[in-house]
Design a protein around this ligand. Structure first.
Ligand code: S3P
Length: 171
């Protein structure tokens, strides 16, 4: 049985677009946990944060991340906070290979400058807020099996790098 391929890392790093392309290249199912949360809750993530609060969101995120990880033969793009949960990381270690997509704060800020979808950064000083979240999470993202430095790399190079690591471990 093939291991799942999990993408983690900061918001704006490209987990969803990279994950979708990986699933097509590897002929695997694609699961985007943020999309799953929105469809299960029938509400945007922004509205979930606003109406039900972050704690509620984190619970749903944990439940749906754990459910997704149980799927077989899947590329799974987590939300930026999913990997922070210990039980999610443990489940990933048992069934999957994890990749931390890393990108410098100035690049993340450029990509997120017009994002209205992300409650953790909306209405705040972008670089400062991202830097703060990055600092808190860096040591957790480091626990992924592989770190992919996405600075100054085209998407195609990033895909090749991930596929090479994945196939070397899974074949
Ligand atoms: C979050 C990242 C978002 C989304 C939510 C919280 C985070 O997902 O789950 O806004 O805590 O980093 P993306 O990383 O897909 O933007």
């Amino acid at each position: 049985m093939k291991k799942n391929l999990i993408l983690t890392g900061m918001m704006g790093v490209g987990k969803s677009t990279v994950g979708k392309s990986l699933s097509e290249r590897l002929n695997m199912q694609f699961i985007d946990v943020d999309n799953l949360i929105e469809s299960e809750e029938n509400m945007s993530i922004r509205n979930i944060f606003e109406k039900k609060g972050e704690k509620y969101f984190r619970n749903v995120e944990k439940t749906l991340s754990l459910k997704s990880i149980k799927t077989q033969n899947a590329v799974i793009s987590l939300g930026g906070g999913s990997f922070v949960d210990t039980s999610v990381r443990e489940a990933i270690n048992q069934t999957s290979l994890s990749f931390w997509l890393d990108l410098g704060i100035p690049n993340l800020a450029k990509r997120l400058a017009n994002s209205k979808k992300r409650p953790l950064i909306n209405g705040k000083n972008l670089e400062e807020t991202l830097g703060h979240i990055y600092k808190k999470r860096e040591n957790i993202y480091k626990l992924a099996n592989f770190k992919i430095d996405c600075n100054k790399k085209d998407k195609s190079i990033i895909l090749d790098e991930i596929i090479n690591f994945y196939e070397a471990k899974c074949n």
